[in-house]
Design a protein around this ligand. Structure first.
Ligand SMILES: Cc1ncc(COP(=O)(O)O)c(C=O)c1O
Length: 390
């Protein structure tokens, strides 16, 4: 939601009832976001990335919409199953770095689809989930995306087939290739290039007798924060067209009677990012070295971690009407890094807002993804509560 979507009267009423800080979530928007991707990529099964926001009501909404779940830990598995997901049909264990106890747990409840990118993961999956299906995650360009993931994850193209062979030797079933173009990807060319690389691996793998059957195109689909130009329909169209050029409509084997390829995606941000606003209150104010500071009941150790990690900017408004003033915006914790007005280089800066004082509200838009899930308990502060308006 953008911060102007709800009237100030409604927001102030919610604050009177629930206090601050709160996330105000629109479940209808979550369903619409899911539907938009589903319509844009009709052949793809969507596994919502629980890490984006594991709030139980959000997971339940997505179960009802027909989503599966990309999980990265036992905690996320439990959350998805509690929301109604079936472990075998609806879950992919897509983190490439897995705690072996958690692999064993996943296997014990029927989850049989794991992602890996190195030999030690093959060993761990073969030990604790013998016979499972595996997706090999490959390195692809993340250029232009906000959060780069290929620095840490993915195998080189040259390593792909040897790794698939090693998985098969250890009794696993090499099932497909996965990639992630980076979170908040604004350029559809990243998916196009990644599909080109995937096509090469499918051909090479077929040459050694491994017939891959699945492509996991990951997450990365963007949402609008401030002024990003986003055309999700066009992005989906580019992915669809390129996939069809490379693999054909009918199958992957080069024969038109071949089995259809399973297509999978793991969107997080694009499902929940713009489905929530945050409402946080001024709890203290001061003047430091000539600059006005406002301290809120939420900060970088809470919902604003992505400001520190990726210089993210969020759209905001206040419930005040005074003259415009420059402010540094800070959170409540005992750490001076807890400041969430920062420039593109991550340096603390002032922002212009209508004059604010104690008890005034800052209403922040597009706060659904990687806010609650990345918030900490530092200093004993609890993350904001969820309130639903549909
Ligand atoms: C393996 C994996 N899948 C999916 C996602 C979700 O990505 P996004 O929120 O950009 O859609 C992530 C994000 O970190 C990820 O690591």
């Amino acid at each position: 939601m953008n911060p102007f979507e709800l009237s100030l009267n409604v927001i102030e009423e919610l604050v009177r009832e629930h206090g601050t800080p709160i996330y105000v979530v629109n479940r209808r928007k979550i369903r619409e976001n899911f539907q938009r991707l589903d319509t844009g990529l009709p052949a793809v099964k969507f596994y919502y990335a629980v890490k984006a926001n594991p709030c139980p009501e959000i997971l339940e909404t997505l179960v009802t919409a027909g989503a599966g779940f990309d999980v990265a830990s036992k905690g996320e598995i439990l959350a998805a199953v509690a929301a109604g997901a079936n472990p075998r049909e609806d879950l992919i264990f897509a983190d490439t770095v897995k705690d072996p106890k958690q692999i064993a747990y996943a296997h014990s409840i029927g989850l049989d689809d794991f992602t890996f990118d190195n030999r030690s993961e093959i060993t761990q999956i073969a030990r604790h989930a013998p016979g499972s299906k595996v997706h090999l995650r490959i390195i692809v360009s993340n250029e232009g995306s906000v959060a780069h993931l290929s620095h840490k994850f993915g195998a080189d193209l040259a390593e792909a087939v040897p790794l698939l062979l090693a998985a098969r030797e250890q009794g696993l079933v090499p099932h497909g290739i996965s990639f992630h173009v980076g979170s908040q990807c604004l350029d559809a060319n990243r998916y196009v290039e990644a599909l080109d690389t995937t096509r090469k691996i499918f051909t090479e793998a077929a040459g050694v007798g491994i017939e891959l059957k699945s492509i996991d195109i990951g997450g990365g689909f963007p949402v609008r924060y401030i002024d990003e130009e986003i055309d999700l329909e066009d992005m989906c169209g580019r992915i669809r067209d390129h996939y069809e050029q490379l693999f054909g409509r009918e199958g992957l084997t080069g024969r038109n009677d071949g089995p259809p390829c399973e297509l999978v995606a793991e969107p997080g941000r694009a499902i929940v990012g713009d489905a929530a606003i945050l409402v946080t209150k001024v709890i203290s104010e001061s003047v430091r070295e000539g600059r006005n500071w406002l301290y809120f009941d939420d900060g970088t150790y809470g919902s604003f971690m992505e400001v520190l990690l990726y210089n993210m900017n969020f759209p905001w408004r206040t419930n005040t009407k005074g003259p415009l003033k420059q402010y540094v915006l800070a959170g409540p914790t005992c750490d001076s890094i807890d400041v969430f007005s920062r420039d593109a280089k991550g340096e603390v800066c002032t922002v212009e807002l209508p004059e604010m004082h104690l008890d005034d509200l800052l209403i922040v838009g597009s706060m659904g993804a990687y806010t609650y899930s990345e918030s900490t308990r530092f200093n004993g502060f609890e993350p904001p509560k969820f309130v639903f308006v549909d």
